[in-house]
Write a protein that binds this ligand. Structure first.
Ligand SMILES: [Zn+2]
Ligand SMILES: [Zn+2]
Length: 321
């Protein structure tokens, strides 16, 4: 028995998973309170501080700020309420009896060199790019990661909202933290809702929060920007890196088979038709699900023009290395 499978470690992992599952609603509540609080300070103190009278600058600042806040709220609501998609959505009839037997009985690949095609917990086929989440207790389609801040997994159907939430929140923080620095330094900001000390303390809090979120979220947002452009999930990034090393050792070059090129990857991620302007998908809040190119999560287009689906596999294809 390996160390990973020891009963004690498994129990500890189950406990950690349980705690992460419990903390989800608390973090969602906390994120909502923090975002609302900073927005309140921004609209009632910062905007009037820079434009005390109603003017063109004031109106432009208000429209820009409302736009950012609306996108943050919309995408956060969507990522929290949109299930990422699970393998229960994929009919098992898609796979022939022979293939099911083959997938059920084949050995799990070596750690770091591939992914098992059968989930022992769900007792279902794991389509390409899906993984079992121990917290959600299901196999998630095109799984990226489990995010406690949204209380669920980020996967095929909600990754777009997750990315847009990060993008607009980062943009808003990058906007607010420099604006809050000057009145904080001058100590001359006022608002109808508090005395001098209360407002100064609130400004300090808003500055500290927006500065730290800008730095931390900026890193994560640009990381996902890269992943989307290269059509990788966070899980696949580590796998692809491992494969690159293995191929390099053989004197070969490894290529991520899902990478269809920057533009196509982005179009697929946002679920837009090739003729639509690409900016439409992220500039305008949209409820359309990503991967609307006729994909149900059981297969994905490959670089070589074929779909990656187990349903079409008849032989023991070595798809792992
Ligand atoms: Zn599973
Ligand atoms: Zn999960």
């Amino acid at each position: 028995m390996s160390g990973v499978d020891s009963p004690l470690l498994l129990r500890m992992r189950d406990f950690a998973d349980f705690m992460i599952g419990c903390v989800g609603p608390i973090l969602i509540f906390l994120a909502t309170v923090l975002i609302s609080g900073i927005a309140f300070i921004h609209f009632t103190a910062l905007v009037p501080y820079y434009s005390p009278e109603i003017s063109v600058v004031y109106l432009l600042h208000m429209v820009w700020s409302v736009w950012l806040l609306f996108n943050i709220g919309f995408n956060y609501y969507k990522v929290v309420t949109t299930p990422p998609g699970c393998t229960a959505d994929i009919p098992q009839e898609l796979y022939s009896e022979d293939l099911l037997v083959q997938i059920r009985t084949e050995d799990a690949p070596q750690r770091g060199t591939g992914f098992s095609r059968w989930c022992k917990s769900c007792k279902r086929v794991k389509p390409p790019r899906s993984h079992h989440c121990h917290i959600c207790k299901q196999c998630v389609l095109r799984m990226d990661h489990h995010c406690p801040w949204v209380g669920r997994c980020v996967g095929m159907h909600n990754h777009k909202f997750f990315f847009l939430f990060m993008f607009y929140l980062w943009l808003a923080c990058v906007w607010v933290f420099p604006l809050s620095l000057y009145p904080l330094y001058m100590a001359d900001i006022t608002a109808w809702w508090g005395d001098e000390i209360t407002i100064q303390t609130s400004m300090l809090l808003a500055f500290g929060l927006t500065l730290s979120i800008s730095a931390a979220l900026g890193g994560l947002m640009f990381w996902h920007l890269y992943l989307i452009g290269t059509n990788q999930t966070t899980i696949e990034f580590y796998y692809n890196n491992q494969m690159k090393k293995i191929y390099k050792g053989r004197g070969q070059v490894y290529q991520n088979e899902y990478d269809l090129g920057w533009r196509k990857n982005w179009q697929m991620f946002f679920g837009i038709e090739s003729a639509s302007p690409i900016w439409l998908a992220w500039l305008i809040p949209s409820t359309s699900l990503p991967h609307s190119w006729g994909m149900d999560g059981s297969s994905f287009p490959l670089r070589n023009g074929e779909g990656d689906s187990y349903a079409h596999m008849n032989n023991n294809v070595d798809h792992l290395v």
